[in-house]
Design a protein around this ligand. Sequence first.
Ligand code: HEM
Length: 459
Amino acid sequence: MSTNQGIRPARSGEQATTPPAGRRPRLPGRVRDDARSTVYWGAAHGLPRVAVRTAARRGDLQGRLIVAGAGGGEVWDAVEQVRAAGPLYRGRFAFLTVDHAVTREVLASGDFRAGSPVRTGGLLGGLMARTAPDLLHPMEPPSLLVTEPPMHTRHRQLVSRVFTARAVQNLRARTEQIASELLDGLVTAEPVDLVAAYCALLPVTVISEILGVPPGERPRVLALGSAVAPSLDFGLGFRQFRSVTAALRDFESWLTGHLARLRREPGDDLLSQLIVARDQDGGLDEGELKSIAGLVLAAGFETTVNLLGNGIALLSRFPEQLGRLRGQPELWPGAVEEILRIDPPVLLTGRISIRDLDVRGVAVPAGSYVVTVLAGANRDPKVFAEPETFDVARANARDHVSFSAGRHFCLGASLARMEGEVGLRAFFDRYPDVTMLPGARRRANRVLRGWSRLPARLS
Ligand code: HEM
């Protein structure tokens, strides 16, 4: 059944595809086998990379968007070209939308499922299924990001049970304290990189406390998080693919040890509670528990670091907006929404159609991938007046889709909002005269967008 008016089953040839039921069966033999890993890279990244570049040169807008976004590059020209092409653009490899209403409908629709963009079937899909490394991956089942009901509902309920809004609210005072301690430690006499010294540390400290990661292990978790972040990207080079795969393996082995430690010595952290809930219910197997814990941990800081960095960069670039916040601090929560809207930490996500559909008059066959460009939907002029203007008092800024929509809506949204508000406000209250210095750099990732370096002088 269609869940909304804009998306309808196509009249003929309707065929439902089956969502994946669980983690791939274990592959025989050693998955680190070089030949196998090269074949997988070629199918999942190498060939698509060449095809996308060729398509971009020939004018394909999806290709242009991907190429433009490489190395954190500006994507806005490509986004506006997609908008001009209509609510749903049929690209060489997938459909693309920057339309706010279509984005929300696709993300919330039961006619689409979440899943990996390069695993929509066919010869390449089959090859990838046979050669994929068997390791914990955010875009492979049983990751919450790509599972669907009933499994997704069951897993999500379990996390939501411990990750409540009240639990987050209780963390506010502690987050203020952590922010204040980090700001105390910043050097003011010489230039400082705000990403390394502040934006990255605040979220990892908060989520580590929530998940019982001991202070001594946080630098390792932070380094592993950055190393695995490109795993969400498409078209990785071979060396980068190898280093991301190695980092995913290290992260999984660290996580295995961490869960074993919490089982032996449970704390009052949320992960210890999740382990108890799992062990009592028996509703999750060990792989599922690891996947959920790993995703919550990594998503807990790899995105919020971008919110803080993007916020500092924007407010320094638009001092009159910062001035408004000084005069009216009650505008801070709305300012965080506006930062999320105009420079979202997650560029895009996507869904796979499970039957033949008609979306705004465009035929979408079963098994098609539809890329929902969250950053583009956030600048839809039908919803946001003067969408390119950064306005901390924008009345409907919260209508952005930076946390996605529907059943995969970000589980950490209230935590991220709270950290964004506390972290940015504390920073600008403490260092009102911050001067940004040359040498700022965007992160090289395509899907996760933010700054890798923000040099500044604080006084
Ligand atoms: C500014 C910060 C953040 C942004 C922009 C963000 C964005 C997103 C987006 C776009 C999705 C959905 C992707 C899709 O629909 O395919 C998502 C899902 C998710 N996020 Fe976040 N996130 C942020 C912070 C956090 C934090 C702090 C946590 C954890 C504490 C978290 C945990 C999760 C989880 C577990 C999911 C999977 C939910 C599901 O599939 O049911 N996120 N996030």
